[in-house]
Write a protein that binds this ligand. Sequence first.
Ligand code: SF4
Length: 484
Amino acid sequence: MNTIVLFSRLLTDRSKIKNYVMNFINEEYINSIIEDNRLKDESMQREIIAKALNAKGISLSEAGALLNISSPELYNELFHAAKTVKERIYGNRLVLFAPLYLTNACVNNCLYCAFRTDNKDLERRSLTLDEIEEEVKFLVHQGHKRLLLVAGEHPKKSSVKVIGEAIERVYSVNENGNNIRRVNVNVAPLSVEGFKELNSFGIGTYQIFQETYHFDTYKSMHVNGPKADYSWRVTAMDRALQAGIDDVGIGALFGLTDYRFETLAMLQHTFYLDATYGVGPHTISIPRLEPALNAPAALQPPFAVDDLSFKKLIAVIRLAVPYTGIILSTRENPEVRRDLFEVGVSQISAGSKTSPGSYLESKDADKKPELEQFQLGDHRTLDEVVKDVCGLGYLPSFCTACYRSNRTGDRFMELAKSGNIGKICVPNALTTFKEYLTDFAPGETKKLGMEFLQNELEKQPEAAKSKTEKMIERLDSGERDIYF
Ligand code: SF4
């Protein structure tokens, strides 16, 4: 019997799942790293930073040593190394997306979330297919090409069938050649069979956050509902991968427990997935607690993470897993976001709303955000974000090529690890950016963006430049959705 088959049998027996999980999220080992004073040695930390510059990753204990950094000089060296590694793998590209909330109905009771079932002050809403279509049209007209569908956990309102119909409706929208080209999904964990069904609708990344990997904290934060089962959630990626979903995204909600524990446990999860399935997570998300209506843990985070520690942990993740995308949401304010792009963030949401139906309703200035999952820190439109990131020297990318060219899972990782992904990404990023500028950008952004694009093009090696120019010629002659 091979390991995968054995493992999938274990996953159907919840009591055995717990024993298995405790082997790959090993709290004892993580705590021993946190308590090891030898890992505070500055010369050791400096050596680890030097090693990490090879962009081959670092071990868990080395990550633990870097999380202990406290001197200003070492902070600077760490941030510089993270920036260098990010640029080597991803260049200066920043991939843009928007979340689309389908429902805020939820049977869980997470103490940090406004959607929790005990929050009786929240107006509940689930979008109809026609409403989804209207929201998607709005997002398409902003210029978005990549969505993340989000839903609370509810047996009827967010069943696989309901999510599947929503995905089909999203993909069916086409406004003069403009459409959503990749739908990522963040919904409650499923069985292997459930994931197979979800995958049949053509999803990009399946994403789910453990929220906290610390078992006792998890228990105290998830009062009741199916999400109270730690093991079922932390093994979701195993079932998703076994069901044939190639790209999975993990994450932790920072502020629930010691950020060093959370970072190390998330890395342990990453290393485990890589070792077991030959492919680590496609993305790692790093949400930080923000206030939310009637959510006590969000209003008073038990382990609030300050900005410097937050930047440090992101830099450490970048050095530990150079090939994994790091996603930063609009929870953070523009100033913090700008600072964090520097240390390895590669994907960002922009122009986001976090309640069902809120894109269209946002046109109504008097509408209050009483349906929101949490408060946002960055309220800028997609156009404002694009203009800002260009000004900072980052290339906004609307590319969805890898998913549609079957470069997912281990095929994507192979390209990233060999350093070849950039050769594909740059022409695709430049062409999709040109598409955005041509079709959606208002005057000032268009002018700035075109100049930026031309400069970026000139920087490319001859082969990439000529490939991009040919793709842009096709675009200029009216063709859309060009990629390779
Ligand atoms: S975090 Fe997710 S599962 Fe928990 S209450 Fe909010 S929507 Fe429901």
